[in-house]
Design a binder for this molecule. Structure first.
Ligand code: HEC
Length: 104
C-alpha cells in the first residue's frame, strides 16, 4: 500500500512537471505570433506592380509604361493624365502605382 501511494505521488510530480514544461513551451509561441499580423498588413497594402499590370494595359500595352522613366512628380502627372483619359484607380491605388513606378 505504501509503495503504491509513493508511485502515485511520483506520477503526480511527473504530471505537474509535464504541465510546467508545456506551459513554458506555449509561452514561447507569442514570439512567432507577429507573422499573421504581417500577413494582414501585406493584404492591406496595394501592390503597385500588380495594379500597373492590370490597369495600365487597358488602352496601351505595358511597353509604353516600361519605356517611360520619370521621377515621382513626373509619374504623378502622368498617372493623373491617364486617369483623366479613363484609367480606373482609387486614390490609394494611384499612390501605390506612383510609388512603384518611380522606384523601379
Ligand atoms: C483609358 C486609357 C488609358 C489607360 C487606362 C492608361 N493609359 Fe497611358 N496612355 C493612354 C493614351 C491614349 C496614351 C497616348 C497619348 C498620351 O500620351 O497622352 C497613353 C500614353 C502613356 C504613356 C506615354 C506618354 C507619356 O506621358 O510618357 C505612359 C508612360 C502611360 N500612358 C502610362 C500609363 C500608366 C502608368 C497607366 C496606368 C496607371 C496608364 N497609362 C493607363 C491611355 C491610357
Amino acid at each position: 500500500m505504501h509503495i503504491r501511494s509513493r508511485v502515485i505521488v511520483m506520477l503526480c510530480v511527473f504530471a505537474l512537471a509535464g504541465v510546467a514544461l508545456t506551459a513554458c513551451g506555449s509561452s514561447s509561441e507569442p514570439a512567432t505570433a507577429p507573422l499573421p499580423d504581417e500577413g494582414v498588413v501585406g493584404q492591406q497594402m496595394l501592390d503597385g506592380e500588380t495594379l500597373v499590370g492590370e490597369r495600365c494595359i487597358v488602352c496601351h500595352d505595358l511597353q509604353r509604361v516600361d519605356d517611360a522613366s520619370y521621377d515621382d512628380v513626373g509619374w504623378e502627372a502622368t498617372v493623373d493624365r491617364m486617369i483623366g483619359k479613363g484609367a480606373e484607380l482609387t486614390e490609394e491605388e494611384q499612390a501605390a502605382v506612383i510609388e512603384y513606378l518611380s522606384n523601379r
